[in-house]
Design a protein around this ligand. Sequence first.
Ligand SMILES: [Zn+2]
Ligand SMILES: [Zn+2]
Length: 267
Amino acid sequence: MGSGTSNGVPVIGCGCPVCASADERDKRMRSSLYIKGEGGERIVVDTGPEFRLQALRAGIKYIDLVLLTHSHADHLHGLDDLRQLSRIRPVKIYGNEQSINDIRERFAYIWRKTQKGGGKPRIDLHTVNDTFSFQNLVITPIPVKHGNLDIFGWKISENTAAAHVEAAYITDCSFIGDAPLALLKNISCLVLGALRVSRHETHFSFDEALETVKRIGSPALTRGFFTHIADEHFYTEINEYCARWLTKNDMRQVTIQSAYDGLEISI
Ligand SMILES: [Zn+2]
Ligand SMILES: [Zn+2]
């Protein structure tokens, strides 16, 4: 639902060529993902500041769960817009201990007795560290580093009518250890945060993201998409960069492209 870094693209006050681009795929709302399971499961990963606009654009009618990667503003502060989606029943929210604690602190009004009626979202908070099931889906947190912060990527596994499928979403990552990396060996599709060509302390650069795909090194993994992208590169330029890198590294079995807002992927 969104593919941009914390500022979003265009960046307020910036007149750079990417911010001024007429290509819709260069307009990046804050990073977010909407998952539709074959059994009717509906999941959102991260409720950033544009969550309302993204939910309208994606035609979301209901959601069962929200999976949080971490509690930075660009991933969480649209949470209040779960109000409409939690009128019939509360939305379950899963995250690591710090993310869940930060929700209690930043959205303290939700639990205040003076806040009556529909003026707040109805949410059920769940701290998780391990795999859990929801209907037909198996959901696994992937612990990764975002600078010094411990955050989660998420892997979703599903037994569809046709096959067992696994895919993962990992954003705002600057390091993945070998153990969490091994959890990704059966995924066929990976959405991975990749900020820009130049390096950054708390986010993978394009090369570091591509190296991560190489490290996973699994023939099952045939598609990757970059997300959480800065305003330094055009959509088309990123695709060319990835294609060149993959050819140079003899990895023709996998395609890596830039995600864009509104991109739909069938797995
Ligand atoms: Zn972020
Ligand atoms: Zn972050």
